[in-house]
Design a protein around this ligand. Structure first.
Ligand code: FUL
Length: 480
C-alpha cells in the first residue's frame, strides 16, 4: 500500500513539466577553482572610486618621506559627502581611501602612531577622515574600503619585528571602528624605513587580523588572497584574463609573480583571485594644482572601461580630492560625462526579442535553455551538453541590425571555462558565415569591439575544457 502510494506520486511528478526538467538534469559540476560568494558579489560591483588623500595632497609629492610637518594637512573645507555624492553620480559602487600612505600619516587618530590627523591643525586635531567618509558612504549607499600601506616611512619601529604588530593593531583600528569594510587594499610597495631599515612583513598575521574583524572582506594585493593587482597602473587587463592564479610560494611586492602573469592570470590554476585594475583620472595618484587640466578625457576613460571591466577586471578609478578636501569640478564633470558615455553606449540591447538556439543544451532541459542568455538575470544561463567542448550559440535577431559591440558573461560560480571563442555573422550577399572577431577568455564580463557590421544572424563558437556556461549575451551599436 505504502509502495503503491509512492509510485503514483512519482508518476504524477513526472508529468509536471517544470519539476521533471529540473529533476532530470542537475547543473554541471563546477570546473576548477571557483569564486567564494563574496568574490562574485565583489565582481558585480565592477566600478569603484579610489581616493588618495593626505599630506602629499598639500606638498605636491607622490611619496612623502614621513618627515613632513603634520600641520601641512589642513583641508579648508573637507566634505566627504561631496566625494560620496560624486561617486554615486559617477555610477560607482564603493570608495577606497588611503587611510595611511607610505609617509605613515594616518587619516584617523591611530593610537599606534604620532603622525596622524590628531597631530595636525585640521579641526584642532579632533578630526577623523575615516569617520566622515564611512558615514558619508553609508548615507549614499556606497561600500567603504581601506588602503593601509604596510610600508611606513615614519614609524620608529619600522624595520624591526615589532612593527608587524603595530601594523596589525592599525588594521584592527580601521576594521573595527567604522562599520562594514568591503575591501582591504594592501600595497606591494616595500621600501626602506628610518636608517634604511627594511621590513619582513608578517602576511599571515595581517590576514588573520583582517578576517577576524571583517569575515566577508576582499583582501586585495599582488597575489590576493581575494583579488589581485592587474600588473599595471594603466587600467589595462590582459586580452586573456583568467580569474585563477597559482599563489603558492609568492608574496605581495618583490615576491610577486611577474606582472605579465598578474595581467593574464593562469589557466587551471590553484586559486580564484580575480583582477582589479587601479588607475588614476589624473597623471598622479595625489592631487596637484598642476594637473587640473590633465584630467583624462572621456575617450581615454572609455578605453580604460573596455580594457578593464570589458576584460573581466574590476575598475578602481582614483579621483584625488584637492586642497580644500573636495573633488575638483574638472574631475566630477568628467566622471559624469564618462557615465553618460557608458549609458549611451549600452542603452539599447539589440538582442532583445531575438531567437537563440544552440548546438546542444544540457539534458535538453528548459532550465538551461539558450534563451536564458537574453535576460539581465545573471543567475539564469545556458549550458551545452556535458561532452560538448566546442558548442555554439546562434542568434536570430528580430530584424537586420548594425552593431559593433558584443558583451558576454560566463556564470562564474561554476568556474571560468571558456578558453577561446569566435564570432561569425551570416552574410546575405554571399550566403556564407563570415568571421567577425575572435578572442580568448570571457570570465565575469567580456566586451568585444569591432567595426560595425549589419546582419540578422550571429554565431558564437566557443571552446572550453568543460561545457561553457553562458549567462548573458548583449549586442550594441556604440559611438563610444
Ligand atoms: C603604489 C603606491 O606606491 C602609489 O603611491 C599608489 O598608492 C598606488 C596605488 O600604489 O604601489
Amino acid at each position: 500500500m505504502h509502495k503503491m502510494n509512492l509510485l503514483s506520486t512519482l508518476i504524477f511528478l513526472a508529468f509536471l513539466p517544470g519539476i521533471r526538467a529540473v529533476n532530470a538534469c542537475p547543473p554541471p559540476e563546477p570546473y576548477g577553482a571557483i569564486p567564494a560568494g563574496k568574490q562574485t558579489d565583489w565582481q558585480k560591483m565592477e566600478y569603484c572610486m579610489f581616493v588618495h588623500f593626505g599630506p602629499n595632497t598639500f606638498t605636491d609629492v607622490e611619496w612623502g618621506d614621513g618627515r613632513e610637518d603634520p600641520n601641512v594637512f589642513n583641508p579648508a573645507a573637507l566634505d566627504c559627502r561631496q566625494w560620496a555624492a560624486t561617486a554615486k553620480a559617477a555610477g560607482m559602487k564603493g570608495i577606497i581611501i588611503t587611510a595611511k600612505h607610505h609617509d605613515g600619516f594616518c587619516l584617523f587618530p591611530s593610537k599606534y602612531s604620532r603622525h596622524t590627523v590628531r597631530e595636525s591643525l585640521w579641526k584642532d586635531g579632533k578630526g577623523d577622515v575615516l569617520r566622515e567618509l564611512s558615514d558619508a558612504c553609508r548615507e549614499y549607499g556606497l561600500k567603504f574600503g581601506v588602503y593601509l600601506s604596510p610600508w611606513d616611512r615614519n614609524h620608529p619601529a619600522y624595520g624591526t619585528p615589532e612593527y608587524n604588530q603595530v601594523f596589525a593593531n592599525m588594521l584592527d583600528e580601521v576594521l573595527s571602528g567604522y562599520g562594514e569594510v568591503f575591501e582591504q587594499w594592501l600595497d606591494g610597495a616595500n621600501g626602506e624605513g628610518e636608517g634604511g631599515r627594511m621590513q619582513v612583513y608578517d602576511w599571515d598575521l595581517f590576514h588573520k587580523t583582517i578576517y577576524r574583524n571583517q569575515p566577508r572582506i576582499i583582501i586585495f594585493s599582488d597575489v590576493g588572497p581575494d583579488a589581485r593587482w592587474v600588473g599595471n597602473e594603466n587600467g589595462i587587463a590582459g586580452e586573456t584574463n583568467r580569474s585563477t592564479l597559482n599563489v603558492e610560494g609568492f608574496e605581495p611586492g618583490r615576491g610577486a609573480p611577474a606582472q605579465e602573469v598578474l595581467n593574464a592570470g593562469e589557466e587551471g590554476a590553484q586559486a580564484w583571485i580575480p583582477a582589479e585594475a587601479d588607475v588614476s583620472i589624473r597623471p598622479g595618484w595625489f592631487y596637484s594644482p598642476s594637473t587640473d587640466n590633465q584630467v583624462k578625457p572621456v575617450a581615454e576613460l572609455m578605453e580604460i572601461y573596455y580594457t578593464s571591466i570589458g576584460r573581466n577586471a574590476n575598475l578602481l578609478l582614483n579621483v584625488p580630492p584637492d586642497r580644500r578636501g573636495r573633488i575638483h569640478p574638472n574631475d566630477s564633470t568628467r566622471l559624469v560625462e564618462f557615465r553618460k558615455a557608458r549609458e549611451e553606449a549600452f542603452a539599447v540591447n539589440l538582442i532583445a526579442g531575438a531567437e537563440v538556439t544552440a548546438s546542444s543544451t544540457r539534458g535538453n532541459s528548459s532550465a538551461y535553455r539558450p534563451g536564458n542568455v537574453l535576460d539581465a538575470d545573471f543567475d539564469t544561463w545556458w549550458t551545452a551538453g556535458d561532452k560538448e567542448l566546442a558548442p555554439y550559440l546562434e542568434i536570430h535577431l528580430k530584424r537586420s541590425e548594425t552593431f559593433n559591440r558584443l558583451l558576454l558573461q560566463e556564470y562564474i560560480p561554476l568556474g571560468q571555462r571558456v578558453s577561446s571563442f569566435s564570432v561569425k555573422y551570416w552574410d546575405e550577399k554571399t550566403r556564407k558565415w563570415m568571421k567577425l572577431t575572435e578572442a580568448t577568455t570571457i570570465g565575469y564580463k567580456r566586451i568585444l569591439r569591432f567595426p560595425a557590421v549589419t546582419a540578422q544572424k550571429l554565431r558564437i563558437e566557443l571552446k572550453a575544457p568543460a561545457a561553457p556556461v553562458i549567462s548573458t549575451v548583449g549586442i550594441y551599436h556604440s559611438l563610444f
